[in-house]
Design a binder for this molecule. Structure first.
Ligand SMILES: [Mn+2]
Length: 241
């Protein structure tokens, strides 16, 4: 029927406007499939299998939906967590990286009759500082450290690393690199290519396909909506009560 695509929501607890707005979207827009293309949470971990209590309302709102879940650089542990925590495995296309330390995971899954390819999009950042930092963060050793710190310690450490919920301008070099990536994948047969990460919403026809960046929820509150082969970028405007 329809698929909703989001990335870079940066939910950060019940007091955060991003989380409130995202829960509003989930209750207002019903679709068959929900694609979470990374950085849905600002600093996700599930110490010893239990996600941070501040994120629990979102996890519960995801239950019962058909999900495609990609790791982001702020929530790389989310796909594996959802699989382990009783989400119906047949209703979820989880995309934990074969090597969890790897940055950039491409997922090919048909969406609404389109050959679609998804990635969070941070693999276009090839700087050794980014790659090295994320190799450490996504290592099993760092995961064990977060588990040992427990919910409060892990929350504090991850928030120090993630930094404040900034509304930084998109990095033009990364956006250009993502456009090239989309061109390549479309030339290879994809009809829809989705990249997030840059917080730069766009929906652009390239050759025989569409490149979609669903944007972010700190600044834009945009999402992708795909129905009967049509791809749209929409803005969420909550009904104020
Ligand atoms: Mn990101």
């Amino acid at each position: 029927m329809a698929t909703l695509i989001v990335s870079d929501v940066h939910c950060d607890g019940p007091d955060s406007l991003t989380q409130q707005a995202f829960l509003g979207l989930l209750s207002a827009v019903q679709t068959d499939t929900l694609v979470l293309a990374g950085d849905i949470f600002h600093a996700f971990w599930a110490p010893n299998g239990t996600p941070f209590p501040a994120y629990q309302p979102v996890i519960e709102a995801l239950r019962g939906r058909k999900l495609v879940v990609l790791p982001g650089n702020h929530d790389w542990g989310l796909p594996a967590h959802l699989l382990q925590r009783g989400f119906d495995p047949s209703a979820i296309v989880v995309t934990a990286a074969p090597n969890p330390a790897r940055v950039g995971v491409r997922v090919d899954v048909p969406i609404e009759g389109l050959r679609a390819s998804f990635t969070h999009g941070d693999e276009v950042d090839e700087s050794w500082t980014y790659r090295g930092f994320h190799a450490i963060l996504r290592s099993s050793g760092f995961g064990r450290l977060l588990d040992a710190l427990g919910p409060v310690g892990a929350w504090n450490l991850l928030h120090r690393l993630a930094g404040p919920l900034g509304a930084g301008a998109p990095n033009p070099a990364l956006v250009a690199a993502q456009r090239e990536l989309a061109e390549r994948w479309i030339a290879g047969g994809a009809q829809l290519v989705v990249t997030g990460h840059t917080h730069a919403p766009c929906c652009e026809k390239i050759g025989g396909g569409t490149w979609l960046n669903p944007g972010d929820w700190i600044t834009h509150r945009t999402y992708g909506f795909v129905e009967e082969g049509r791809v749209e970028l929409r803005t969420f405007t909550p009904v104020r009560g």
